[in-house]
Design a protein around this ligand. Structure first.
Ligand SMILES: *[C@@H]1O[C@H](CO)[C@@H](O)[C@H](O)[C@H]1NC(C)=O
Ligand SMILES: *[C@@H]1O[C@H](CO)[C@@H](O)[C@H](O)[C@H]1NC(C)=O
Ligand SMILES: *[C@@H]1O[C@H](CO)[C@@H](O)[C@H](O)[C@H]1NC(C)=O
Ligand SMILES: *[C@@H]1O[C@H](CO)[C@@H](O)[C@H](O)[C@H]1NC(C)=O
Ligand SMILES: *[C@@H]1O[C@H](CO)[C@@H](O)[C@H](O)[C@H]1NC(C)=O
Ligand SMILES: *[C@@H]1O[C@H](CO)[C@@H](O)[C@H](O)[C@H]1NC(C)=O
Ligand SMILES: *[C@@H]1O[C@H](CO)[C@@H](O)[C@H](O)[C@H]1NC(C)=O
Length: 663
């Protein structure tokens, strides 16, 4: 009884001392859920069935909230109906349970702030993050959009020592954290004896990634966060990990994790032991730090650091999503029952309608024209999936599809400025200046190069023409209808009714022999480029064009070194350089060479367009191109324009027909 009072007093004193000490050493982290918002993102895509989606989202967030009360990491997944929701949250390990729950609540309110129905979102705070998506993402580590946030205060005084030590701390965290159960490490490191100041640093990975994934993610994180030096604060975030350092304490000293045992596991192990001692910082003198810094500089110079800056706002929440399955009913009402009023055009594979979905989004709806003989099997869906995964700024995105009975419908992004042919030959003729035409020429080449070479499956378009090149709001080109040939069975001849109508663009070996390669697209591209420059249709015999087809005329003028005669008279000669125009005409003629092997690939075309000297350096000079006009070739299905000069069967049989040479 008698001892009780002094003991109590002692305890009280200790508590006061302790709280004074912590508040001195550690502003604000206790009872601080650290709800400084670092990054957020919402998907551009809306769920298809809002009520299902909201139910899934609510259930997922409810699970996560419950987990956040007792754990610092959790995932959940609900999939009622067609709009599944996958969710994940994580608190920094050093937060108390209560702070974690608070941070979660703030984050959960913020993530709701995306437009109702956004089928993915993320919010990242100092203290925690929440993310949800419409598909599983739990093992993702590093994604485009990874980035850093740097403080705005520079370390005072010996910033060389500061840089060197911080660098080392971060690299040690990257090495150690993936090996630590729970993937969390926190360190406190004196900058230099006597100079005062310590560096507080943490690294954390999502617990659902692999050790290798954690390491990979932190590797990117270190690269990002290092660029904050010599600022006193830095943070790096990514899909699967987070790093932060600061001269200001942001966690309590008792949260520090001894990382040295995890560094020792390294193969050689020699250098890290030494460095570990240095980091202890008690004996480390200025000399040692200078050595370290020199080492750092040397490493930096010798190791080419990958630059992985932010590339647009992705990082998951706005990740591009796979195809949506639309309901026939919805598309029918979106297009006013496929009314003529909503009809945008008639493409090679069916009619296209403008549609306004229930959520207000405007789309282009293509009803595939499927003849009796065209049977559609399961490969349709997988092809749609493949094509909808093609993302490039010069390609029109396929958003999804719809199957009803024998009907197949594709839903695309809507392009308000319609197609290039209208700007060259139609009602908007004369509205494109040289710069815009040049951008269209380059962008189209880029889109095709992507389809041919950069996507994991080579996609040959087969029907490049001005009406298949759409223009977005900035009049940048977007190639439409790629991959459609893949959707339809191969048994049909390449000479379908509709193809015959675009023979002015079709490579001779494909039109006549059905021999298909990427170079068939290169040919069509060359024709399109000449059309863009001249404003003359490839298949048109115009009086003001000496009664010649475009390709014939272009070649003649090229031979006579009178390229500029070809240029659209509506273009202002002040706008273009004759050298540039000449070069582009030459590239177009190279694309239309008779032999596919002499045509450049589309990525070569991009290079040739961008370089002033490449053509000359490689002494690439076109020879006479060839041109197939529809009067040379006729298919048995052809009911329209052709005035046949020779008879062609629609089968793959070879055709005896004269190809119009350019002379
Ligand atoms: C989901 O939660 C939100 C906000 O808490 C609420 O407004 C909405 O009605 C809920 N929706 C469903 C389907 O439970
Ligand atoms: C909340 O989580 C605990 C365990 O963490 C679990 O036992 C309980 O059933 C959960 N409650 C709800 C409503 O999900
Ligand atoms: C969403 O799906 C449910 C059943 O899965 C259905 O009853 C409801 O009509 C759908 N809502 C919409 C707007 O399509
Ligand atoms: C939600 O967004 C609106 C506008 O974008 C903003 O004014 C509001 O503060 C946000 N709410 C929260 C909780 O951040
Ligand atoms: C998603 O829905 C919101 C309204 O809920 C709308 O503002 C937004 O434009 C839609 N986004 C898309 C891509 O349809
Ligand atoms: C993540 O998981 C998915 C499905 O389980 C798998 O297809 C994918 O390859 C995994 N990714 C990584 C990086 O492990
Ligand atoms: C530095 O950041 C703080 C808070 O983030 C801000 O109040 C201050 O104005 C900034 N200072 C400078 C020089 O940008």
């Amino acid at each position: 009884m008698m001892l009780n009072k002094p003991l109590k007093l002692l305890a009280l004193t200790l508590i006061i001392l302790w709280s004074w000490w912590t508040s001195f050493h550690f502003h604000g982290a206790l009872g601080d859920p650290q709800t400084l918002l670092l990054n957020k993102g919402c998907s551009q895509y809306n769920a298809t069935n809002l009520s299902n989606f909201n139910q899934n989202l609510n259930s997922t967030l409810r699970d996560l909230r419950n987990q956040s009360k007792s754990m610092d990491f959790g995932t959940s997944h609900h999939a009622v109906g067609a709009d599944p929701v996958y969710g994940m949250f994580q608190c920094r390990d050093y937060l108390s349970k209560a702070d974690c729950a608070t941070c979660f609540s703030v984050a959960a309110a913020q993530i709701r702030n995306c437009s109702a129905g956004a089928n993915g979102a993320r919010v990242i705070y100092d203290g925690c993050f929440i993310r949800y998506e419409s598909s599983g993402f739990f093992n993702q580590t590093t994604l485009p959009g990874n980035s850093m946030i740097c403080g705005n205060k520079t370390a005072s005084g010996g910033s060389n020592a500061f840089n060197g030590v911080t660098q080392k701390v971060l690299q040690d965290l990257q090495t150690a954290t993936p090996r630590i159960p729970g993937y969390f490490a926190a360190t406190k490191t004196q900058v230099a004896a006597g100079s005062g100041g310590a560096i507080y640093a943490i690294a954390q990975c999502a617990q659902s990634v692999s050790e290798g994934g954690c390491s990979e993610c932190l590797n990117v994180g270190v690269t990002n966060i290092q660029s904050c030096l010599p600022n006193t604060d830095g943070r790096a975030y990514d899909a699967g990990c987070f790093m932060r350092y600061s001269m200001t304490p942001f966690f309590a000293d008792n949260k520090v994790v001894d990382v040295t045992p995890y560094l020792k596991q390294q193969e050689g192990g020699n250098s890290s032991n030494n460095k570990g001692a240095i980091i202890g910082g008690v004996i480390g003198g200025v000399v040692l730090f200078m050595i370290l810094f020199a080492l750092f500089l040397w490493l930096r110079r010798n190791k080419k650091l990958p630059t992985r800056g932010p590339r647009g706002d992705l990082l998951g929440a706005t990740e591009l999503k796979g195809p949506v399955t639309y309901r026939y009913k919805d598309l029918k009402s979106a297009t006013k029952n496929f009314s003529d009023e909503n009809k945008l055009g008639e493409g090679g594979f069916g009619d296209v309608y403008k549609g306004t979905l229930k959520n207000g989004k405007i789309v282009a709806v293509k009803k595939l024209a499927l003849g009796q003989s065209r049977k559609i099997d399961e490969s349709f869906e997988s092809e749609v999936k493949l094509i909808s995964n093609v993302h490039h700024r010069n390609l029109v995105r396929l958003l999804g599809c719809c199957s009803k009975g024998p009907e197949r419908i594709l839903v695309y992004e809507y392009m308000a400025n319609s197609s290039l042919d209208r700007y060259l030959f139609g009602e908007k003729k004369g509205n494109l200046n040289w710069k815009q035409r040049y951008d269209i020429i380059v962008g189209t080449a880029r889109g095709l190069a992507y389809l041919h070479e950069d996507f994991h499956v080579c996609i040959i378009h087969r029907d490049i023409k001005t009406s298949n090149i759409l223009l977005d709001d900035d009049l940048q080109p977007r190639i439409a209808d790629f991959g459609l040939a893949r959707l339809l069975p191969e048994d049909k001849s390449h000479l379908s009714t509709k193809f015959a109508g675009t023979l002015g663009y079709t490579a001779p070996e494909y039109a006549i022999h059905g021999q298909l390669s990427e170079k068939a697209d290169a040919y069509s591209y060359g024709v399109v480029v000449l059309e863009i420059i001249s404003g003359q249709k490839s298949s048109e015999l115009r009086d003001d064009a000496d009664g010649e087809f475009l390709l014939q005329r272009a070649w003649k003028l090229y031979e006579k070194d009178m390229h500029l005669e070809l240029v659209d008279p509506t273009l202002d000669p002040e706008e273009y350089s004759s050298e540039e125009v000449k070069r582009i005409i030459e590239i177009a003629l190279l694309c239309t060479q008779a032999s596919p092997s002499t045509r450049p690939t589309m990525s070569e075309v991009v290079l040739l367009l961008k370089s002033k000297n490449l053509l000359m350096e490689n002494m690439m000079r076109p020879t006479m191109p060839v041109f197939v006009h529809s009067s040379n070739v006729r298919s048995q299905h052809d009911t329209s324009t052709s005035t046949a000069s020779s008879s062609v069967s629609a089968s793959k049989a070879t055709v005896s027909t004269s190809v119009l040479s350019a002379r």
